[in-house]
Write a protein that binds this ligand. Structure first.
Ligand code: COS
Length: 383
């Protein structure tokens, strides 16, 4: 449901203030401790940030895609780790249930995800099945009224905190590709699940990923998402279409933050007797970054509006993800360059963003997967 414009303004203002006053001052600490303090998690719960995209009927804010990307632009203005904490409940951790879940599954999980009581995690990737998600090998064997899950999922975002996993597993061993895959809603405390140690990552400290190992993990048949076998891969693709747009919005937010920091630094720092911002070569970098971030913002807004209008945005979401994630990489690189030596020193935080944004070009589909999706869809449209 579309919010009245003053309610939306209020929400965006609240999120923006929260980011500026509470999150930005914590960035160094979160990176150093590799942990988000509980007080911040609690504040996020109170603001409803875990349930932005979950329908109101299940306790969320029920934002439209356009409203959600506007919030993501704001959340992007600080370390991506903060957004990552609420990201799975709003995206890949809940959308499978929202899009394809049964009413009972929605009732059971969505209200607790919206409140942040439980964290949802999306368990698709495996050691041998990353970009080629359809080749996954985790199995779900039917035994009476149960399925028995076996396999290992890799790099699973928010797994160390998760209360619920959406697990993609092969129910039909005769079908090696996407068609044999089903999705399951698995409570994290189900016997047979163990977690690997947290992964040591290049950036995004404070956001955690790890392996999730299923060993003869028994779930009731009612855990099958949507109650239908063989639909899991399609569900994953629909979830990712949406997730890619959200990530694009976060990229725009981070880029705008880095441009602001770069501009401020360029206006304060003097060399050769004048502020850096007076030099045309610095101006060129600022202008290029501003232009590219603006282009990405427009793409994201337009795609979000098209999605709200009920159009298929698979191609446009992939275009947005590819452009926005590559764009923020270039913007972060220029931000380091404008800051010079300071850009390379941890105290200024710019090098941290430079490392953090690298992930955007990889997760929820690499740039090369976006290219593949875009081109395949183009060919299919003509065919
Ligand atoms: N929406 C709905 N259904 C979709 C879809 C979409 N966006 N994309 C594909 N499908 C359906 C197809 O229609 C097809 O269904 P049918 O078998 O009924 O015809 C099925 O899914 C398989 O599609 P396809 O043949 O295109 O699958 P591929 O194995 O060739 O894989 C890519 C396609 C590469 C696009 C897919 O594996 C992918 O997105 N990989 C990246 C995964 C990823 O992003 N991982 C990140 C980790 S999760 S954070």
């Amino acid at each position: 449901m579309t919010l009245p414009s003053d309610t939306l303004e209020q929400l965006l203002d609240t999120v923006s203030r929260f980011v500026r006053e509470q999150l930005v001052p914590m960035e160094h600490q979160v990176a150093d401790d590799d942990a988000i303090p509980d007080t911040i998690v609690e504040a996020m719960r109170e603001m409803g940030l875990f349930g932005l995209s979950i329908p109101e009927a299940y306790g969320g804010l029920g934002l439209t895609m356009e409203e959600e990307v506007l919030v993501a632009f704001e959340l992007g203005q600080t370390s991506p780790a903060f957004r990552s904490l609420v990201g799975t409940n709003n995206g890949i951790g809940s959308q499978g249930i929202i899009i394809d879940g049964t009413e009972e599954q929605k009732q059971r999980y969505l209200p607790r995800m919206a409140s942040g009581e439980i964290i949802g995690s999306f368990a698709l990737t495996e050691a041998e099945a990353g970009s080629d998600a359809g080749s996954l090998r985790t199995s779900a064997r039917r035994e009476g009224d149960e399925y028995v899950l076996n396999g290992t999922k890799r790099f699973i975002t928010n797994a160390p905190r998760a209360g619920l996993f959406t697990v993609f597993a092969r129910t039909d061993p005769q079908q090696p590709g996407a068609r044999g895959v089903s999705a399951f809603l698995v409570d994290a405390d189900t016997p047979g699940i163990t977690l690997g140690p947290p992964d040591k990552k290049m950036g995004q400290k404070g956001a955690h990923t790890c392996d999730v190992i299923f060993d003869e993990c028994r779930v009731p048949a009612s855990a099958l998402l949507g109650g239908k076998e063989g639909q899991g891969f399609r569900t994953a693709m629909k979830v990712l279409d949406r997730g890619r747009l959200h990530i694009s919005a976060v990229c725009v937010g981070v880029a705008e933050r880095l441009i602001r920091d770069s501009l401020r630094y360029a206006m304060e720092r003097k060399q050769f007797g004048q502020p850096l911002a007076e030099f045309q070569l610095i101006q060129a970098m600022l202008a290029d970054s501003r232009t590219e971030a603006y282009a990405a913002r427009c793409m994201v807004m337009e795609t979000a509006r098209r999605k709200d209008a009920g159009l298929d945005v698979s191609t446009d979401a992939a275009c947005s993800k590819m452009f926005a994630s590559e764009m923020v990489g270039r913007v972060a690189d220029r931000a380091v360059q404008i800051h010079g030596g300071a850009g390379y020193i941890a105290d200024y935080g710019i090098e941290r963003f430079y490392r953090d944004v690298r992930l955007f070009r990889i997760y929820e589909g690499t740039t090369q997967i976006q290219q593949l999706v875009i081109a395949r869809n183009m060919i299919r449209e003509v065919g």
